[in-house]
Design a protein around this ligand. Structure first.
Ligand code: GCB
Length: 610
């Protein structure tokens, strides 16, 4: 619980990393859709500001006067000098990345200012928050010319209270979003995905009672299939209240008393139909306080490991997965909507999946909620990717905050079974310490789920065989080992897959979290020819045969469901700034390898559980 409402909202903070100071946490309100809310989605006025002229003066000092864009100042006379105007600068849709809404912004990295006006009549004795699903990467938020605060991290939610700053008419919300990459950031400057900037997820005004239910957890106790453990957290002046937790369908109702901090923990037995991919049963759960009521749809299942097995509801399961980036299925750019989630998860199900790896950062909430409903198990991840500043305490704090914001948002989702704390990070003392801290953080913030990381193994030749061993020292702290390998693409040949054997230093389950190769949809040739569908299909065939021989393999999430944009992929006519390892093209066409994996998963499903 200790981290459940931590949120990296920097109320002070300057313009550069040097002046930034973390540490002021605003409460994160969960389950926004169940609250009284007003959407601020739609067209916003925008100003593209590559030099931050709306924020700093020519001596690089923060602007305070009317030149600061957040003032939204209008000239008072014809001699008044004002060099910006939101109203005539054009519009972009929120939510949405800016890169795919305007051709000139495709590669843009820098600041862009958003402005949206609204009227709001607040009901008496209510409080109002402005909630952002996410903005990449840094957001500076202002209401009616005054700063509300800042948020760092491109993929997690944040909110600010605006109760005392609202006017009935003519409010203007201004947000400067900056997606400049930074060496000390999470992720750092080097990735293999598009740095989509902007307010990429919904913006919502949330109205709650003066004392409201800020967050709660209602989940099965670790290892149990009939004991519900949980807690409720109130926020507001009247913290000591009687609260009840009800599951009407089961007739369950538990009454609690919150303490002076507004907190109450509970535990009770329940006879439940367990959630599983085969039967994604969700119960209506009501949390009712004296002043507030929140309703959620919650599934109950247990997830654990025993030796090299992963147990869902106490029974071994093989995770038939696929990795997914957060890109829209049928249009360019970031995904964010329920429809996007339905199509992406629909393709995964068509492939025969019971599992997805949402790489390499927290995806939007619609995705995990849809996974709950469709019965798809989920691996969630924070963007601790390749190399970051392992020695930098601010970088660690940033990663911890992103992890905790993700856990807070999703800790009631049955589909969520694994938190991954890192992807392909180089072994070393500082990195080991950094990751151990994150693993410990994930375990203590949410003991009911498993923790993993996508590692890389070491290999050697021996008597004509290629021997690969998983021996990363941080694996001893993980529940499940992830491993990425690209035999037949970046290393060795496809034929080498047939002489490869895997071992592990640890008695733990393995998920092969990546393998694959690029193919341009519709490009055909023989199975030796790079970038053809035939090469990719052959690679999958040999990979799957090799994977079958790994005795401790309990799942896989090949790379990747759909082609995705990446600035690293420059080859004309083939890549054109897309990573082509998708089983589905960027236009939704299925490649040959899709059907190779589909057949394998079909057989696997017959021979294994749920
Ligand atoms: C990896 C990375 C992933 C890349 C992929 C590739 O190992 O984890 O982010 O996109 O390889 O296609 O090279």
């Amino acid at each position: 619980m200790k981290n459940s409402w931590r949120c990296l909202v920097l109320l002070l903070g300057g313009l550069s990393a040097a002046t930034r100071s973390a540490g002021q946490f605003a409460p994160l309100i969960t389950n926004i859709d169940a609250r009284t809310s007003t959407s601020l989605n739609g067209p916003w006025q925008v100003i593209v500001d590559p030099y931050d002229v709306g924020a700093i003066d020519y001596r690089a000092q923060p602007l305070k006067g009317n030149g600061a864009f957040y003032k939204n100042y209008k000239p008072k006379s014809k001699s008044d000098l004002v060099e910006y105007d939101f109203d005539t600068s054009g519009q972009l849709n929120v939510p949405g990345d800016w890169n795919t809404q305007r051709d000139s912004l495709l590669f843009y990295e820098g600041s862009l200012w958003y402005k949206r006006s609204f009227n709001y009549t607040k009901a008496p004795q209510k409080r109002v928050f402005v909630h952002f699903g996410a903005a990449n990467y840094r957001a500076y938020v202002y209401l009616n010319g005054e700063k509300l605060g800042e948020h760092i991290g491109g993929f997690t939610p944040f909110d600010f209270e605006i109760t005392d700053r609202l006017r009935a008419e003519g409010n203007f919300l201004v947000v400067r979003v900056n997606n400049t990459r930074g060496k000390d950031e999470v992720p750092t400057v080097n990735t293999d995905w598009w740095n989509y900037g902007g307010i990429t997820r919904p913006v919502t005004l949330v109205e709650v009672p003066e004392t409201f239910i800020q967050d709660y957890k209602v989940q099965l106790r670790k290892g149990s299939t009939n004991q519900i453990d949980g807690w409720v957290q109130l926020n507001g002046p009247q913290r000591q209240q009687t609260v009840s937790v009800r599951i009407p369908e089961t007739g369950l109702s538990k009454t609690l008393q919150t303490d002076p901090e507004g907190h109450a923990a509970f535990s009770f037995e329940a006879n439940l139909t367990l959630w599983s991919p085969g039967n994604p049963k969700l119960y209506t759960v009501e949390i009712v306080s004296e002043t507030d009521k929140v309703t959620d749809q919650i599934g109950f299942r247990s997830i654990s490991v025993r030796g090299t097995d992963i147990l869902l509801n106490g029974r071994p399961i093989f995770l038939r997965g696929i990795s997914v980036h957060e890109e829209a299925p049928t249009r360019p750019g970031r995904a964010w909507s329920e429809d996007d989630a339905r199509v992406l998860l629909g393709w995964a199900k068509e492939l025969g999946c019971n599992f997805v790896r949402l790489a390499h950062y927290p995806h939007n909430e619609a995705m995990i909620r849809m996974a709950d409903r469709m019965g798809v198990l989920v691996w969630e991840e924070v963007p601790v990717y390749w190399t970051i500043q392992w020695e930098n305490p601010e970088t660690l704090r940033n990663a911890e905050n992103q992890l905790n914001q993700l856990i807070t948002r999703d800790h009631n989702r049955a589909a969520l079974i694994i938190y991954s704390v890192a992807n392909e990070t180089p072994i070393g003392d500082a990195r080991n310490r950094f990751l151990r801290q994150l693993i410990e953080e994930a375990h203590s913030s949410d003991p009911t789920r498993l923790v993993s990381a996508a590692l890389q193994a070491v290999e050697k030749e021996s008597g004509g065989r290629l021997l690969i061993q998983i021996n990363d020292p941080i694996a001893d702290a993980l529940d499940v080992m992830g491993n990425n390998e690209y035999i037949g693409w970046y290393s060795h040949s496809i034929a080498d897959l047939d002489r490869t054997d895997w071992t592990s230093k640890y008695d733990k389950p393995l998920i092969m979290s990546e393998f694959g190769g690029d193919a341009l949809f519709g490009y055909h040739g023989d199975a030796q020819a790079r970038f053809t569908e035939e090469y990719q299909a052959s690679l999958y065939g040999h990979q799957l045969a090799m994977l079958k021989r790994i005795p401790f393999l309990r799942g896989m999430t090949p790379w990747i469901l759909k082609d995705f944009r990446s600035p690293r992929r420059t080859l004309p006519k083939i890549e054109d700034y897309f990573n082509r390892k998708g089983l589905v093209s960027d236009r939704g066409e299925k490649k040959k390898a899709f059907f190779v994996l589909q057949e394998f998963y079909g057989e696997k499903e017959k021979s294994t559980t749920p």
